[in-house]
Structure formats: C-alpha cells, structure tokens
Design a protein around this ligand. Structure first.
Ligand SMILES: [Zn+2]
Ligand SMILES: [Zn+2]
Length: 227
C-alpha cells in the first residue's frame, strides 16, 4: 500500500501495510509545520521520510513528534528522526521514563528482539487534556491510560470533521506493560463521548464514519467485558 491523504492535510505515511510489518501506523498532520504521530518500530525511518517526500512535503519541516505511548512499534524511529530533523518530542510523563531509560520490557523492545537507546524527551504532558495550538488549529492530547499508564489519544476538529488518533486503544491489557482495565474502561468511555467522525488507529487502519468509529470502540469494550 502507498502512503495517502486521509482527509485534507492528514496523511498516513507508515504502518504494517505501508512501511514494515513491525510498524504501528504513522500519521502526519500538515499545518505548515509537520506533526508526526508515532514513528514506527525503527527499521523504516528512511521509508517514512521517503513517503513524506512522495506526498510533496518537506521532512525538514517535521517540527513535532507526538508519541502516543512508550512501545517500540510506535517509538522506534524517534531517536533517528530527532537526530535528522531536531523535532520536538512530546509524550505523557507516565510513559516518558521507558524511553529515557531504554527499558527493554516497558518499551516492549525485548518482544521485538531489538533494543531502544535511552532517549531524552522534550515535553512531558501531565494534565488530563493538553492543547497544542499551531496557527489556527488546536490539537487536543487526551490522557487515556489503560494499555499503558501514559497512553494518549489526539484529536482535532478540521474542515467540519472530528479526527481521532487512538493508537493501541484495543490493548493488549498486560500487567508487564502496567496496563489497567479500570483506567481503560474510563478512557474508552471518554473516546466514545468524543463522537469522532474518523478514527486513525494504530494497527488496524482507518475508520471513516461515526458509526464505524463507535462500533470499533464498542467491539473492544465488549471483548473486555464492559457495558
Ligand atoms: Zn502498545
Ligand atoms: Zn502498538
């Protein structure tokens, strides 16, 4: 599959069907400056950058990387992209130390038979909701613990649509990741309440109607015994 524009100014530039089977989906928002949401598992940085160029965008404008949580399939490309473009790295404070310590278990690097070098982050979120304003556009970063303690989801309202980036909302819920099912219950309820039009998800792709987004979230709530 090729990278493409999902809706105006929002692109998928990496993921299991686009760059590498080990990558979680990598999304890009073009607001004049470029904002990357997650970075893949680390083996595909060149392909991700190539895809950004193919879409007619300049990777030199990669100003920010929003990291949804501390797992290797999402963070692997962070050190290299930071090194090449000086992008500012944002993550929730509760998921920051696995990156900063290169923790093989909490980053799940061990699972992927690789390692993650200790990598300092620039900005640590700590509030239930943090708002980044870029030009006229607000990006809302919601703390949605469950899969990991510091998982975040990001949403924006643009051109009449609410677009939600919710990477590993499906789980898994595992003690070694610090997962918490009660937190997950509250977080997924919050995501339902957003009533998003489009869901850009981490491993299973993109859902493009309110109903599909709702059904997707509800299917996992049912699986985990909620409602
Ligand atoms: Zn994960
Ligand atoms: Zn993942």
């Amino acid at each position: 599959m090729k990278p493409y524009e999902i809706v105006k100014d929002i692109f998928i530039v990496g993921g299991p069907d686009i760059t590498d089977g080990r990558d979680a989906c990598v999304y890009l928002i073009n607001l004049g400056e470029l904002i990357l949401i997650d970075t893949g598992a680390g083996w595909s940085v060149d392909s991700i950058i190539g895809n950004i160029k193919k879409l007619g965008l300049d990777p030199k404008n990669l100003a920010k990387i929003l990291v949804t949580h501390c797992h290797i399939d999402h963070i692997g490309g962070v050190p290299e992209i930071k090194r090449r473009f000086g992008s500012i790295i944002y993550i929730h404070e509760l998921d920051a130390s696995p990156l900063e310590n290169g923790d093989p278990v909490l980053t799940a690097a061990k699972w992927y038979q690789t390692s993650f070098p200790p990598t300092p982050v620039d900005v640590k979120f700590s509030l239930p909701e943090e708002i980044l304003t870029i030009g006229q556009q607000k990006l809302i970063c919601l703390h949605t613990p469950g899969h990991t303690p510091g998982s975040i989801c990001i949403y924006l309202d643009r051109n009449g649509k609410r677009i939600l980036f919710a990477q590993d909302l499906h789980g898994p819920i595992l003690p070694e990741f610090g997962s918490n099912l009660d937190d997950w219950d509250r977080s997924t309820q919050k995501l339902l309440d957003l009533d998003a039009d489009i869901l850009c998800e981490g491993h299973f792709g993109i859902y493009k109607t309110k109903q599909e987004v709702r059904d997707y979230i509800l299917s996992y709530r049912e699986q985990y015994g909620m409602d």
